[in-house]
Design a protein around this ligand. Structure first.
Ligand code: RP5
Length: 163
């Protein structure tokens, strides 16, 4: 249901948390390595066939002068969530505007640098619009996250009170 595309196998570790989130929500995913500049024809083919293959949202991650999410979004009407990947030269400050600053007409919903978890959560939110069971799981997940914060708050206050 969610198609994940990375520009290089070197993006794998950064993007892996997205698959863990999708698994947590029971959302099926596929994961491909396709590059906007090294394998442009394969990317065009992937984008053109994504919708008919049943994909409903795409996550695209790339580093450097990152064209992948925008080029993908240009060739499909599916929503594309872009993850700017930090590289060793500019730490993602090149990929972030490359992905976020799409000229009007072709949007890419951009998360923070290396923001794989948020990318998956955004994809889940998009899918949940048309899936009541997934929406219910999202509400439960948010509640349990809030409970985790409340628990951390309780522990900290307890610890500080006993000083
Ligand atoms: C981008 O260039 C990839 O998404 C990756 O983040 C970056 C470096 O790629 P490699 O040189 O490691 O293959 O296309």
């Amino acid at each position: 249901m969610v198609g994940i595309v990375v520009g290089s196998l070197s993006d794998r570790e950064v993007v892996a948390p997205a698959t863990a989130v999708l698994d947590e929500f029971g959302v099926p995913w596929e994961w491909r390595v396709i590059s906007a500049h090294r394998s442009p024809e394969a990317l065009a083919e992937y984008a053109r066939t994504a919708e008919e293959r049943g994909l409903r949202a795409l996550i695209a991650a790339a580093g450097g002068a990152a064209h992948l999410p925008g080029v993908l979004a240009a060739q499909t009407i599916l929503p594309v969530v872009g993850i700017p990947v930090a590289d060793r030269n500019l730490g993602g400050l090149d990929a972030l505007p490359s992905i976020a600053q799409m000229p009007p007409g072709i949007p890419v919903a951009t998360v923070g640098i290396d923001g794989a978890r948020n990318a998956a959560l955004l994809a889940v939110a998009i899918l949940a619009l048309g899936d009541a069971a997934l929406a219910a799981r999202s509400r439960t997940w948010r509640r349990s996250q809030a409970e985790g914060v409340a628990e951390a708050d309780r522990r900290l206050r307890e610890e500080l009170a006993s000083r």
